[in-house]
Design a protein around this ligand. Structure first.
Ligand code: F6R
Length: 610
C-alpha cells in the first residue's frame, strides 16, 4: 500500500524524504512524489520506481535547501499509475498526501466543479486536496479548514498536509489508516509506518483517530476538532535500523526466514511461566477460557493460513470446534456468533482493512475478540478486547514468512493452555510440548536453514514450471495452502494446494508429464494414504518433490524425483520445519527467476484498503 513520510526541521528535507520512502518501498508502490517548501510549494512526482523520482529531483538542485516537506509512494487504487495520479495533490495553496480511500470522492468532485474547480487526475485524493483548498480559501485557517474537510469525507485516510503560507509546518491526521508522528533532535516527522522513522528515533505517537497533529521543528502538538489541545500516548519499539535492513542477505525475505528460529523461541518464551503457557490476560489464564463454546479465527492471506494450522492443533488437542474465516467474507456474510464464542484476529500488520472490519463486526455482536498481532499499537491491537503480540520484529518482505511461524507458535500455546484448562491435557504433557516448542522447534528450523542448498537444488528442478501442485493430508493440507501461496505470489508460477485425497475428484486431469507436485507428508497416521496419492500423480508423469519426516522416509518407499527429509522432531511440531522448507523453495524459485523477491508485482505489504 501507499507510504507517507514528512519532515520539518533544521536538516535538508529531501534526503530524509527519499530515505523514508525507500524504507517504505516494501509496502508496495507504483509511483512516488514529494512536495517541499522552497519559495512556495514545489511538487515533483514520477511514475515508477523511486530512482526515477530521484533523477527528476537532481534536475531541481535548488530544492536541496528546503527543510520542510512531505513525500509519498502510491499504490494505485483509483486511476492508473502515472505522474498525474501520483501524490502529492493540491493547489498553489497546499499539498496533500493520502493513504486510504475516499469513498465519496465523486460526490465531492461534483460539488467542487460547481465551485469552479478543475481536476487533473483520476484519483480520489485530488478531491480531498481540493476540498481542503476550498475550505482554506474561505477561512484562511488551516486547522479549521482541515476539520471542515474531514467532516465531509467518507472512507479511510492518513493525510499529510503542507500549506504554502506555513513553510515550517506539517499537519497530519488519520482515520482507519496507520500514521505515526515522531520528534527528533532536529525536527519532527510523520510516517505511515515505524521503519520509516527508525533511522531517527524509536519513540513515536500514533495519533488517535480524528486528532490532528501539528508539527513544527521544535514541537509536536495535537488538537481535537473542538480546537482543544490534547496529549497523546508516546510509544516505543525496540527494533533498530539494522533489524529493518537486510543484514547481508540478498533479500529481506531470506533474512526473515533466517530469523524464524529466534522469532519462534522469543515468542514461545515470552508466553511461558514455569514451563506452562501463560498470557498475562485474565481471560486466557483462568477457567473462563474453558467456557468458550467455539472459536472463530479470522484473518487474510498468510495469516488466515496460520489460522488453519491453529484449527488443526486446537481441535486435535482440545476438541473445541474452530472455524477459520477469510476476513473479507466474515464481515459481510453475517456469521453466526454466540456470546460464548471467541473470535481471534490474526494479523502481522494489525492494519489490514478487512481484518479490522471483521474485528469491529465481532465486537458489535458482543463476542470477545482476541488479536494476535505483530505490530505494537496497531489498530487491530488497540481495538481488540485482548491482544497478544507475536515477537517477530519488523517484517519487510511483502511475502510473509516469520510472522506466519510466530502466529502458529502462539496458536500452539493457546491450544496447550486450552487443553490444560479443559482437562484434555495433563500439566506434564503440556510442559513437555512447551519445552519442545521453545527449544526443539527453533533447533529444527535452524537445521533446515543449514541445508538451504538442498532446497535451492530442488528449486532449480521446478523453476521452469508453469503450474505446480501441493498435496498433503491433515495439517499438511493446511500447510500446503501457505506453501502454494508463497510460491505463486513471488514466483508467478500458478500453483494449487490440494487435499491429497481430493485431487482425483477433478484436478488430477491437470497433472501431465513433468508437472511438479510437491507432496508433504508429516502425519504418520495418514502416511500410507499419502503414498497412494503420490503414486496416483506419479503414474501420470508428475515430477514428485517429497517433503517428509525422517520416520516416514524410512518407513515408506516413496516414488520421489526429489526428496527432502525434515530434521527429527515431535510429529505435532513438524509444521514448523516443514513450512520453512516451503518458504525457502518459493524464495529460491523466485530468486532463480531473477524476480523482485521482496516486492512482487501488484502486491502490497499492508493492505489497508478493502
Ligand atoms: C502473503 C501475505 C498476505 C498477508 C495478508 C494479511 O505473503 O503477506 O497474504 O498475510 O495481506 O496481512 P496481515 O497479516 O498484515 O493482516
Amino acid at each position: 500500500m501507499c507510504g507517507i513520510i514528512g519532515y520539518t526541521g533544521t536538516r535538508s528535507v529531501l534526503p530524509i524524504l527519499l530515505e523514508g520512502l525507500s524504507t517504505l518501498e516494501y509496502r508496495g508502490y507504483d509511483s512516488a512524489g514529494v512536495a517541499v517548501h522552497q519559495n512556495g510549494l514545489q511538487t515533483v512526482k514520477s511514475k515508477g520506481r523511486l530512482a526515477l523520482l530521484e533523477e527528476k529531483l537532481q534536475a531541481r538542485a535548488h530544492l536541496e535547501a528546503a527543510t520542510c516537506g512531505i513525500g509519498h509512494t502510491r499504490w494505485a487504487t483509483h486511476g492508473e499509475p502515472s505522474d498525474q495520479n501520483s501524490h502529492p495533490h493540491g493547489t498553489d495553496r497546499l499539498a496533500l498526501v493520502h493513504n486510504g480511500i475516499i469513498e465519496n470522492y465523486l460526490e465531492i468532485a461534483a460539488f467542487l466543479v460547481e465551485q469552479g474547480y478543475t481536476f487533473s487526475s483520476q484519483t480520489d485524493t485530488e478531491s480531498a486536496a481540493k476540498l481542503l483548498d476550498y475550505h482554506y480559501a474561505k477561512s484562511g485557517d488551516p486547522q479549521e479548514a482541515i476539520f471542515k474537510t474531514l467532516a465531509m469525507l467518507r472512507g479511510s485516510y492518513a493525510l499529510g498536509i503542507c500549506f504554502a503560507d506555513y513553510p515550517e509546518r506539517i499537519y497530519a491526521v488519520r482515520k482507519d489508516n496507520p500514521l505515526i508522528v515522531a520528534k527528533t533532535p532536529t525536527g519532527a516527522l510523520i510516517a505511515s509506518d515505524v521503519p520509516a522513522v527508525l533511522a531517527h528515533t524509536n519513540t513515536y505517537w500514533r495519533p488517535e483517530e480524528g486528532v490532528l497533529a501539528v508539527l513544527e521543528k521544535d514541537a509536536v502538538r495535537f488538537f481535537k476538532s473542538s480546537g482543544e489541545e490534547v496529549s497523546q500516548k508516546q510509544e516505543c519499539v525496540d527494533w533498530n535500523v539494522a533489524q529493518a535492513q537486510k543484514g547481508g542477505f540478498p533479500h529481506f525475505m531470506l533474512k526473515e526466514i533466517h530469523e524464524e528460529p529466534t522469532a519462534i523461541s522469543q515468542t514461545a518464551s515470552a508466553y511461558m511461566k514455569d514451563g506452562l503457557p501463560h498470557f498475562n490476560l485474565e481471560l486466557l489464564d483462568t477457567d473462563r477460557l474453558k467456557e468458550f463454546r467455539a472459536i472463530h479465527i479470522v484473518a487474510c492471506g498468510t495469516a488466515m493460513h496460520a489460522g488453519l494450522i491453529g484449527k488443526s492443533v486446537i481441535e486435535q488437542l482440545c476438541r473445541v470446534p474452530v472455524s477459520v474465516e477469510i476476513a473479507s467474507e466474515f464481515r459481510y456474510r453475517d456469521p453466526i456468533l454466540h456470546e460464548q464464542d471467541l473470535v481471534i484476529l490474526l494479523s502481522q500488520s494489525g492494519e489490514t482493512a478487512d481484518t479490522l472490519a471483521a474485528l469491529r463486526h465481532a465486537k458489535a455482536n458482543g463476542v470477545h475478540t482476541l488479536a494476535i498481532v505483530n505490530v505494537i499499537g496497531s489498530t487491530v491491537a488497540r481495538e481488540a478486547d485482548s491482544v497478544l503480540y507475536t515477537l517477530a520484529g519488523p517484517e519487510i518482505a511483502v511475502a510473509s514468512t516469520k510472522a506466519y511461524s510466530v502466529q502458529c507458535t502462539l496458536l500452539y500455546l493457546l491450544a496447550l493452555r486450552l487443553g490444560l484448562v479443559n482437562g484434555k491435557l495433563s500439566a506434564q504433557t503440556v510442559r513437555e510440548i512447551c519445552e519442545k516448542l521453545r527449544v526443539q522447534v527453533p533447533a529444527a528450523v535452524e537445521e533446515v536453514l543449514k541445508s538451504c542448498d538442498k532446497v535451492r537444488a530442488a528449486a532449480e528442478k521446478v523453476v521452469d514450471a508453469e503450474h505446480m501442485f501441493y498435496i498433503g493430508r491433515g495439517v499438511d493440507c493446511a500447510l500446503c495452502t501457505e506453501a502454494s501461496l508463497k510460491l505463486k505470489e513471488i514466483s508467478y508460477i500458478h500453483s494449487e494446494a490440494y487435499a491429497a485425497g481430493e485431487l482425483k475428484h477433478g484436478t488430477i486431469s491437470l497433472v501431465v508429464d513433468g508437472t511438479p507436485v510437491v507432496a508433504l507428508s508429516t502425519v504418520s497416521s495418514v502416511a500410507e494414504k499419502m503414498l497412494s496419492g503420490i503414486r496416483e500423480v506419479a503414474s501420470r508423469g508428475a515430477k514428485i518433490l517429497c517433503v517428509t519426516t525422517k520416520q516416514i522416509s524410512e518407513q515408506y518407499d516413496l516414488p520421489a524425483d526429489i526428496h527432502l527429509v525434515l530434521p527429527e522432531i515431535d510429529e505435532l511440531l513438524a509444521p514448523f520445519p516443514a513450512i520453512c522448507v516451503m518458504q525457502l523453495l518459493a524464495y529460491y524459485v523466485s530468486a532463480l527467476k531473477g524476480l523482485d523477491v521482496d516486492k512482487p508485482r501488484n502486491l502490497a505489504k499492508s493492505v489497508t484498503v478493502e
